[in-house]
Design a protein around this ligand. Structure first.
Ligand code: BTN
Length: 318
């Protein structure tokens, strides 16, 4: 890691505190002038840093800059051995994570990109992924029965819900893989993987999470009608890597308990879908009344029969 990354890690870790130039210079064995120069570079990169004589440097706004050391420091008490790979641009973090998983990357590998040129959504849809959003894919090698594998997306949605709660944001979960805020989508989740038909288990899973964090004036009009971002809805700036850390921690906890279905209570209580009139992809209509243990959507159809939707989409029509 170079001096700039090291200094940024220090400033991020000491958020809300003044950090003296002398102390930084001593820590990294460089001159105060060298520290000052790095501060100027960091400002150019978008950091807001105040310098007050006799007190030191103060980070007034965390920048949208990735810092490996900061993230790993905050994740070091996890059971998972998180390994983070950050890229400025990728076609799709899910595609790259799948490639890495196929080359034996360990469970806990996380691929993050600042933006994606071909972000992938469910059912072959494109996921709009401009700069400023959080796009990450996690490789998980879990020894789970297939019935639990089906819950991974819902379990992840719950982890993202809980992470947002830590930032005082109460979202709602739209079956099966979306998070909504004020009736618009802020997050999508796509779980993919490789199934080993011989061993009847997954070789690996790749869980992709995309969150709209910042206001985007270039967002196409047709998308503005259905998606939004955390900044627009809350008026607050969130440092996206703090959110990423919260998501990874909650994901670890939720996945560890997946077989006990403990995510299901939170998933149900914060559902955007339940109680609504739904239309399935094959045109059947009814009311969403609950979830099965494997996160299937239970619908009471108009002919009074019940069905459980495990794939496809459930369009809310009322
Ligand atoms: C959906 O809304 O249908 C799911 C969207 C999932 C998007 C995320 S962004 C990170 C990861 N990489 C991708 O290409 N897709 C997922």
């Amino acid at each position: 890691m170079n001096l700039k990354e090291n200094i940024l890690a220090e400033l991020l870790t000491h958020e809300g505190e003044y950090y003296s130039g002398g102390k930084l210079a001593e820590k990294f064995g460089v001159s105060r002038t060298a520290i000052w120069k790095v501060m100027e570079q960091l400002k150019q990169d978008g950091c807001q840093i105040e310098a007050v004589s006799h007190k030191g440097y103060f980070l007034t706004k965390k920048p949208d800059l990735f810092n490996q050391k900061y993230m790993l420091d905050l994740l070091k008490n996890c059971k998972t051995n998180w390994q983070i790979q950050h890229f400025k641009t990728l076609d799709s973090t899910n595609r790259v994570a799948k490639e890495l998983a196929g080359q034996n990357a360990p469970s806990g590998t996380v691929v993050i990109a600042d933006f994606q040129t071909s972000g992938r959504g469910r059912m072959g849809k494109h996921f709009y992924s401009p700069k400023g959003g959080l796009y990450l894919s996690v490789i998980e090698k879990l020894d789970l029965p297939i019935s639990d594998i089906m819950s991974v997306t819902a379990c992840t949605a719950t982890a993202v819900f809980l992470a947002l709660k830590q930032f005082h944001i109460t979202s709602q979960i739209k079956w099966v893989n979306d998070l909504f805020l004020n009736n618009k989508k802020i997050c999508g989740i796509l779980s993919e993987g490789s199934f080993n038909a011989e061993l009847l288990k997954m070789d690996y899973l790749v869980i992709g999470i995309g969150i709209n964090l910042h206001a985007d004036k270039n967002r196409p009009e047709e998308l503005n009608a259905i998606i939004t971002d955390l900044e627009t809805e809350t008026g607050n700036y969130i440092y996206k890597y703090d959110l990423a850390i919260a998501i990874l921690k909650n994901l670890e906890t939720m996945l560890a308990e997946i077989s006990e279905h403990s995510y299901l209570k939170i998933y149900t209580e914060n559902s955007y879908t339940l109680g609504h009139r739904i239309q399935t992809d094959d045109g059947r209509q009814g009311i969403a009344i609950g979830f099965s243990q494997d996160a299937g959507l239970i619908i009471k159809l108009d002919d009074n029969t019940e069905t459980i939707l495990r794939t496809g989409s459930a369009k809310i029509i009322d």
